[in-house]
Design a protein around this ligand. Sequence first.
Ligand SMILES: O=C(O)C1=C[C@@H](OP(=O)(O)O)[C@@H](O)[C@H](O)C1
Ligand SMILES: C=C(OP(=O)(O)O)C(=O)O
Length: 421
Amino acid sequence: MTSQWSAPTTDGPVHATVPVPGSKSITNRALVLAALADGPSTLHAPLRSRDTTLMVAALGALGVGVADGPDGSWLVTPHALRGPAAVDCGLAGTVMRFLPPAAALAVGEVVFDGDEHARLRPMTTILDALRALGADVDGEALPFTLHGKGGLPGGEVTIDASASSQFVSGLLLSGARYEGGVTVAHRGEPVPSLPHIEMTTSMLREAGVVVDDSTPDAWRVEPGPVAGREWRVEPDLSNATPFLAAAAVTGGEVTIPGWPATTTQPGGAARAIFERFGCAVTADERGLTVRGPERLTGLDIDLRDESELTPTVAALAALADGPTVIRGVAHIRGHETDRIAALAAEINRLGGDAAETADGLVITPRPLRGGVWRAYADHRMATAGAIIGLVVPGVAVDDIGSTTKTIPDFPGMWATMLGAR
Ligand SMILES: O=C(O)C1=C[C@@H](OP(=O)(O)O)[C@@H](O)[C@H](O)C1
Ligand SMILES: C=C(OP(=O)(O)O)C(=O)O
């Protein structure tokens, strides 16, 4: 179901404190690790959105117990994974890439499918890797079927992970439960979104798993138990960026409470990125605060490590004072939609000047006009449209419902933020 939304325009600086829900990436890793653990786990402040409830439903279908705690937490009781089961991945990369390596441990058949666009997202690399590690898989992309044998030999595999870091993360998350553990080597163009692999290795270590990542482009997970534990989920720093952008484009001030002092989330790079656009950024006991400048500076930026920030950066760039070059994100053509093509098309539709390059965009600011901003079912395209709509009257986002992928109530949060000034 799609839902057109008139993006609110503000006639003054936005001033607000905006608590943001938990990290999608941490929540879905914690769920998988909790499902594979040797005892119960609790996830405190998990994200409850489409991507994470799909993960919970899938684990439930495989026999894992996930119950609601009294305070919004999730209580996970592991169980030997079993089919037959059907897994709906929606459009979630973390479900389609993190769950098959776990489901390969199940007894019985597990069928995976997802949204129409999910069927186009790259999967062959991880399915071939699972075959090389001993799994029996029919298919090259969604939909596909895993014939689980109750365990997996594991061992060494070489893959080209240049299309997604999630291929590496997915194999590592379940690797401790394979008989020989797993060694993943990458050969090819650079792996994108490397902080997300650090998030994986760091969470594995928190669960007591032995990981060796001392060699670039190679990761070793020793076989052994995964500990059940208490997981505390940080706020989603990438989802914080549209709200921080509201301060940036209106010369206002937005604070995100609970911003961690250190993090493996690539959204942590938002601090430096907003500074480069000319914003003042401070971190104190209230959280992270961005103050918008009179005019945003255009910049030349490589977003390979934090590629999921590209839609926010592109929206800021379209409203800046000088041209911006975004580099290093060729692989985001395989995200929820082809984000390079989508951003260029939508900025240009509103009268802007955005040109696609092989690995990014060149955006030259021009006065923008209202019109329909298409989201392509992509939550971050939708929030990019909301940012532009703040200062360009008459922008309507065609599918604001897509934001439920990782934010339960984006329109409500946006309205509360605007009402606070
Ligand atoms: O592991 C994760 O949680 C993610 C890894 C990244 O994927 P890519 O490596 O495909 O960019 C990121 O863009 C995505 O939003 C979440
Ligand atoms: C690329 C993204 O999501 P996914 O986890 O579905 O890959 C994203 O959230 O920007």
